[in-house]
Ligand binder design. Structure first.
Ligand SMILES: [Zn+2]
Length: 165
């Protein structure tokens, strides 16, 4: 079987590309013998179609409206854990929310979070992660969890601000 192309879009470019993301997700799950059930797929879709990261309660509410029945946040949390495990979703710690993972980077991509439009863009954080590991090691500190998130203004919002003076 041909490996699916790495999805080119990220959460900062919503709209198109869901089919590509779904195909990629299916293959990732297949590789791990995880079944991409319709509910798991629906949770992933909620994240994929949003420009901003979404919280588990928000996802549960939206899915409930879509499916016409109550969706327990706990069941969404379980799916999110699984999607993170499969490298499809990344947690945005400072927002207690979730965005699509960038499969070309490590699980802990550096997250650029725009304060203008709320979009989150994962970028390569491996150099920073290495530096953090070395600093922690030098201080004889054993890191358990590393979070690399930067707030700022994205290119589009920056251009809009410049235009509007
Ligand atoms: Zn922005």
């Amino acid at each position: 079987m041909e490996p699916a192309a790495t999805p080119s879009r990220s959460v900062s470019d919503p709209g198109d590309g869901w089919e590509q993301i779904r195909e990629y997700a299916r293959q990732r799950c297949d590789q791990r013998s995880v079944k991409l059930t319709s509910f798991r797929e629906a949770v992933l879709r909620q994240i994929a179609l949003s420009k901003q990261p979404r919280g588990a309660y928000d996802i549960a509410t939206r899915l409930g409206a879509e499916l016409g029945k109550r969706v327990a946040p706990n069941s969404v949390y379980r799916v999110l854990d699984l999607l993170i495990e499969c490298g499809l979703v990344q947690r945005v710690e400072s927002k207690q929310a979730y965005c699509l993972a960038a499969p070309q980077f490590s699980k802990n991509a550096l997250l650029l979070m725009c304060e203008g439009c709320g979009a989150v863009e994962p970028v390569d954080g491996s150099a920073i992660e290495d530096a953090m590991r070395q600093q922690a090691k030098a201080a004889h500190f054993r890191p358990l969890r590393k979070v690399i998130e930067i707030t700022g203004i994205c290119e589009a919002c920056d251009a809009a601000q410049a235009r509007d003076g």
